[in-house]
Ligand binder design. Structure first.
Ligand SMILES: C[S@@+](CC[C@H](N)C(=O)[O-])C[C@H]1O[C@@H](n2cnc3c(N)ncnc32)[C@H](O)[C@@H]1O
Length: 274
């Protein structure tokens, strides 16, 4: 059986049903044990492999389970992560935060970095992999932290993990605090797609009544945990830029970074001299 024919056929079906055709390539590469870029090199597959690919394609087609949660594997910043219902699936948009943080760390020769609300650990691990720093990562969720630890090991990174309600158990002295906190307004959660609201943990989504609770808490407490030349890099929701800049009025806004769709996605604040 020709792989290209099967891929095209299944992608056509997915497109007709409003599903993402890229999921077919995810399924095929997972089942054949090759990377996405190697797929065009594979010409023929056995009928058994074809059957298996069809089985998973159908499974994904008929349920709302996101493809990475179906395979318990996510790709982020070129690295592999274990994911399940206890952690937010890493989003491609969050790679912007990682890019921004890496540049900022190198430019300022920062040494101590904290990732607040680490979830799967994807931000902390991707940053640590690319910088010579001491990395600490924290989360309120015990199961998420267990997954983040396993992901750090899987990616051979040395990170200190702390179970903590935001800054409660966190020491001070960080040059940089990065965070992608929960930022969905509570009433909006029910309007999200089932892929998100049924498979990402509520704890990872709920940002309080207006979605901004975590930013308020971070703005108040980050100052005590930063070095004098420290900074905060935050991922934000599509409509939150202005509100968050107001919340961080005691900090100096250094940078607003848009995502690939041109939506402001990352804010960089420097601790102001007081
Ligand atoms: C939006 S997810 C981000 C996960 C990961 N950093 C990423 O970018 O994919 C937010 C994370 O915040 C954690 N969280 C929720 N409330 C928290 C709190 N009070 N203190 C620390 N972490 C919290 C959740 O468990 C979840 O893992």
């Amino acid at each position: 059986m020709k792989l290209i024919d099967l891929r095209n056929e299944l992608k056509r079906v997915y497109n007709q049903h409003g599903k993402d055709g890229a999921d077919i390539d995810f399924i095929v590469s997972e089942l054949l044990g090759v990377s996405r870029t190697e797929l065009p090199l594979i010409k023929e597959i056995t009928s058994r492999q074809g059957k298996e690919i069809r089985h998973y394609a159908k499974k994904r087609m008929n349920s709302e389970i996101p493809i990475d949660k179906l395979f318990k594997k996510s790709y982020f910043y070129g690295l592999e992560f274990f994911v399940d219902k206890n952690v937010l699936s890493p989003r491609q948009d969050s790679e912007i935060l990682v890019d921004t943080a890496i540049k900022f760390i190198k430019k300022n020769q920062y040494k101590n970095v904290l990732d607040l609300c680490t979830g799967s650990g994807c931000l902390a691990i991707a940053i640590k992999k690319n910088c010579d720093i001491d990395m600490t990562a924290s989360d309120l969720s015990k199961p998420a932290l267990k997954i983040a630890k396993a992901n750090a090991k899987r990616n051979s990174t040395d990170i200190k993990f702390i179970l903590s309600d935001l800054f409660d158990k966190i020491e001070s002295g960080f040059d940089l605090i990065v965070s992608n906190p929960p930022y969905i307004a509570r009433d909006e959660i029910k309007t999200l797609s089932r892929e998100v609201k049924d498979y990402d943990p509520l704890l990872a989504l709920d940002g309080g009544v207006d979605g901004l609770d975590f930013y308020r808490r971070i703005a108040i407490y980050a100052i005590d945990h930063l070095t004098d030349r420290g900074a905060v890099i935050l991922e934000i929701g599509y409509n939150q830029r202005q509100d968050i800049i107001s919340i961080f009025k005691d900090y100096e806004l250094l940078q607003v970074v848009p995502d690939l769709n041109g939506i402001d996605r990352v804010l960089v604040f420097k601790r102001s001299r007081r």
